[in-house]
Design a protein around this ligand. Structure first.
Ligand SMILES: [Zn+2]
Length: 301
C-alpha cells in the first residue's frame, strides 16, 4: 500500500473508532438513587432528574441528543414502571433541551417564558423542525404544581447563567434542582448574550437559599447540598469582584487574565463532552466577567 493510502486508512479507522466511542459514551448512563422516588441520570454532557409520582414520571432536563432523551425516558420507565407525564426544561441550552424529541409528542413540557423566547431566537432551526417538543406551558416568576402526591415549586430566582433559568424545589424530597445556576466543581457557562449576569448571579443564589431543602442537584457535576451552593456562590462573588475592579481601574482583558485575583476555583475543572473540552475554563469565566463589567458584549435576546 502506498503511503497516502496508509494515511487515509489510518484516518478512516480513527474516525470510525471515535464514532463507536461516541456512541458508547452517549448510551452509557450512571443512575444515582437519592430516594425511592428520586433519581439522577448522569450522561455525557450533564444531569437529568427523574421524579416518580403516582401520575407518572417528572423529568427535569433532557440532555443533548434526541437519542439521549429516548434513553432517559426508557431508563425512567425501568426505574418507576411508569411513562413520563411532565418534562421540565431548566433553561434553553441544547445540552438541557435537545433530548426533548426523545419523548412522546403530546408530553406536557414546561419552561419559563424567557426560555421559550431564547429557544425560538437562538435555536430557531432545531425548534422549527421539532415544534411538537418545544415547551407548551410557560410561566414568568413562579408556579406551584401538585402532581401525583408531589409538590413542585418552580421558581425563576433571577439572572445568572441566563435570564430565564428555573429552579425546581421538590417539597417531599427536600431537594432543589438547580440546572445550570449551579455547576459543581466545573467552570460555569455565562451566557451574557441571553441575559446571563455574573454581577447578579450571587443575589439569585441568595433567593434560592431562602427556600427549604437539603439536597442539591446541579446541571453538571455531583449531587451536593446547601454548602455546595455557598461554595459556588463564593466563586461567583469573587468573579464579580474581579470584573468590577477591572472596570474601575480601566484594566484590559490581558491584565485580568494574568492577575491572580481569582483563587476560589482551586478544585474546578473544565467541562468536557466525550473527552472534548468545551472551552469552559478559567480564561473563559475571567473574560466573561470583564466583558460584562466593561460592557464589551452585545445582549442578543
Ligand atoms: Zn446551560
Amino acid at each position: 500500500m502506498s503511503t497516502w493510502k496508509k494515511v487515509l486508512a489510518a484516518l478512516l479507522l480513527s474516525v470510525v473508532l471515535f464514532a463507536v466511542y461516541l456512541i458508547i459514551q452517549i448510551r452509557s448512563f450512571e443512575v444515582e438513587s437519592l430516594s425511592e422516588d428520586l433519581f439522577v441520570l448522569r450522561g455525557i454532557g450533564g444531569n437529568s432528574t427523574v421524579l416518580n409520582t403516582t401520575q407518572g414520571n417528572v423529568i427535569i432536563d433532557s440532555m443533548t441528543l434526541p437519542m439521549q432523551g429516548k434513553i432517559i425516558r426508557a431508563k425512567a420507565r425501568q426505574l418507576t414502571g411508569k411513562d413520563t407525564t411532565l418534562l421540565i426544561n431548566t433553561h434553553y441550552h441544547l445540552d438541557h433541551t435537545h433530548g426533548n424529541p426523545g419523548f412522546a409528542p403530546d408530553t406536557r413540557i414546561i419552561s419559563t417564558e424567557r426560555t421559550l423566547s431564547h429557544l425560538q431566537f437562538f435555536d430557531t432551526d432545531f425548534w422549527t423542525d421539532n415544534s411538537s417538543f418545544i415547551p407548551n406551558e410557560t410561566f414568568t416568576d413562579d408556579k406551584v404544581l401538585n402532581i401525583g402526591g408531589k409538590t413542585l415549586h418552580l421558581v425563576h430566582p433571577g439572572r445568572g447563567h441566563t435570564d430565564g433559568d428555573l429552579v425546581v424545589f421538590i417539597e417531599q424530597e427536600g431537594t432543589a434542582v438547580l440546572g445550570d445556576l449551579m455547576f459543581y466543581k466545573y467552570y460555569p457557562n455565562i451566557d451574557l448574550e441571553a441575559g446571563g449576569s455574573v454581577q447578579e448571579w450571587s443575589a439569585t443564589l441568595d433567593t434560592v437559599l431562602e427556600h427549604e431543602f437539603e439536597k442539591v442537584i446541579p446541571g453538571h457535576g455531583d449531587t451536593t447540598d446547601r454548602a455546595g451552593i455557598q461554595n459556588f456562590q463564593r466563586f461567583i462573588g469573587q468573579l464579580a469582584e474581579v470584573g468590577r475592579a477591572a472596570a474601575a481601574n480601566g484594566d484590559d482583558l490581558q491584565k485580568v487574565l494574568a492577575s491572580g485575583a481569582l483563587d476560589s476555583d482551586a478544585d474546578f475543572s473544565p467541562l468536557k463532552f466525550a473527552g472534548i473540552p468545551l472551552g469552559l475554563d478559567r480564561e473563559f469565566v475571567l473574560q466573561r466577567t470583564w466583558e460584562e463589567s466593561t460592557g464589551n458584549f452585545e445582549r442578543k435576546n
